[in-house]
Design a protein around this ligand. Structure first.
Ligand code: PRP
Ligand code: URA
Length: 208
């Protein structure tokens, strides 16, 4: 199993509001941010720290700090941008790369329209963020594109995943661990996640 699911009553509570059709844009954005922050804590559990000595008001101590320069966040446009503030809450100095993909409405295949990564991307650990993992096509294409650029350490953070999307990533990229808030039941005939939360991009940007 290559996925980690946040099983926590407070996450179920937050997801209930996130999924609700009556939740407005402002609250939707705030919830995406909040859940993303928690996902990053889990995704960073194996982070390597650099040894450092600090002085508390009482004494010196050996401890560790994170070299934030080793990390990049890559949101999949558009909806992935909604997760950026949540990640930056905990890794404020991470560099940000962007990939623009949209799903062809008939084939559900991702179409790339933008790609811009920070310098030295291949030497960074990359956190790919997108609230929805449906067929898995967009996330898989993003990971393949990053690997083409030489990136070797990639994690995928999403809020709602479908079993099919998880299977796609596990088959295409068995080296990539998925961190998600929930795994939903299935996809409908339009490749939307059920019960899901609808179109994440539209709900983050208020475009519908
Ligand atoms: C959504 C979502 C993912 C993708 C997931 O984006 O944000 O990127 O669909 O579906 P998949 O797993 O089947 O590829 P969408 O294409 O709707 O674009 P948007 O974020 O610009 O609205
Ligand atoms: N993209 C979304 O925004 N929602 C889904 O349910 C599937 C793909």
């Amino acid at each position: 199993m290559n996925e980690f699911v946040l099983n926590h009553p407070l996450i179920t509570h937050k997801l209930a509001f996130l999924r609700d059709i009556n939740t407005g844009t402002k609250e939707f954005r705030e919830l995406v941010t909040e859940i993303s922050t928690i996902l990053v804590y889990e995704a960073m559990r194996d982070a390597q720290l650099e040894k450092t000595t600090i002085e508390t008001p009482l004494e010196k101590m050996e401890t560790g700090t994170l070299n934030e320069n080793n990390y990049a966040i890559v949101p999949i446009l558009r909806a992935g941008m909604g997760m950026i503030d949540g990640v930056l809450n905990v890794i404020p100095n991470a560099k940000i790369g962007h990939i623009g993909l949209y799903r062809n409405e008939e084939t559900f295949e991702p179409v790339e329209y933008y790609y811009k990564m920070p310098e030295g991307i291949k030497n960074r650990e990359v956190l790919v963020v997108d609230p929805m993992l449906a067929t898995g096509g967009s996330a898989s294409a993003t990971i393949s594109r990053l690997k083409q650029d030489g990136v070797t350490k990639i994690k995928l953070l999403c809020i709602v995943a479908a079993p099919q999307g998880i299977e796609t990533i596990e088959n295409d990229h068995p080296d990539v661990k998925i961190f998600c808030a929930t795994v939903d039941r299935e996809l409908n005939e339009n490749a939307y996640i059920l019960p899901g939360l609808g179109d994440a991009g539209d709900r983050v940007y208020g475009t519908k």
